[in-house]
Design a protein around this ligand. Structure first.
Ligand code: 5RP
Length: 262
């Protein structure tokens, strides 16, 4: 155990712990990427080891694949699974319609493919991710390296006619070099501040040559499990609104807390 977790880590942990209940024996499960998803993978790994849970996981990044194998989860590819019962993943923002911005961890492409190939997508997030309007978090778009500056110019020009407040963009860096995704592409972050029409923006961005995919998840998420720093969790369903509120016992006693690295 590494000592006291921050309230935000507690919130992420309880959301992940509650969301692990969606996974049942025999399921094929999409495993998201990011710090909240890493909690989920650890929780599920514990249930595999100690509780005899049996399921197959489809990771959305090499990071998640490595962690899943490390904690004892059987990992298969999406093509082996073909279709998934549920995908559980984090998000950078979610709004009242459960539309999302994702890709803060640079895995949006695999995340969107996997979530779309699932009967159900469940998002796990701390309450700080809730927004009235998407866009304060920079919108990541995955672009191919060839001609990326031309693509960037085209994107910025196109944003002039979109319902957004900002139009700046920046190439995501990893030290001195561009950040490279698992697919060998670059990520451009769009600093839009506020997105008036996420559906339209998503369609327009994806039509541009050079853009592979964008981080707007529209009509993909079915439920959000929201964690609070005091251990409360709330489940919001796309059709029924808030369907559950409870407080989870928070015990920093098990080996889930030994490695907090994302
Ligand atoms: C990775 C993602 C993550 O789900 C998102 O960035 C949230 O991350 P975290 O749980 O670390 O806050 O989209 O591409």
């Amino acid at each position: 155990m590494t000592g006291e977790l921050s309230p935000i880590d507690k919130a992420k942990f309880v959301a992940a712990k509650r969301a692990a209940d969606y996974v049942e024996d025999g399921m094929r499960v999409g495993l998201g990427t990011g710090s909240t998803a890493a909690w989920l993978v650890r929780c599920l790994g514990e249930q595999v080891r100690d509780g005899g849970l049996r399921f197959k996981g489809v990771p959305t990044s090499t990071r998640t694949a490595d962690l899943a194998r490390e904690v004892g989860i059987e990992v298969i590819s999406l093509d082996e699974a073909k279709w998934l019962d549920v995908t559980i993943d984090g998000a950078d923002e979610f709004d009242g319609d459960l539309n999302l911005i994702k890709g803060g961890g640079g895995a949006l492409l695999q995340e969107k493919i996997v979530a779309t190939a699932s009967d159900q997508m469940v998002v796990i997030a701390d309450i700080g991710k809730e927004v009235e309007h998407l866009g304060a978090f920079p919108l990541p778009i995955e672009v191919i390296p060839f001609g990326w500056q031309t693509t960037q110019a085209l994107v910025e020009e196109t944003l002039i006619s979109m319902d957004v407040l900002g139009r700046q963009s920046s190439l995501r860096m990893n030290g001195d070099h561009p950040f490279v995704t698992d697919e060998g592409n670059y990520i451009m972050d769009l600093h839009l501040q506020r997105i008036g029409n996420p559906r339209q923006l998503s369609l327009v961005i994806n039509q541009m040559p050079g853009v592979v995919e964008n981080g707007l998840f529209i009509d993909i998420c079915d439920a959000v499990v929201i964690g609070y720093g005091d251990g409360r969790v709330e489940v919001r369903d796309i059709n029924e609104g808030t369907v559950e509120q409870e407080r989870l016992d928070f015990l920093e006693t098990d080996n889930l807390f030994t490695d907090l690295a994302d």
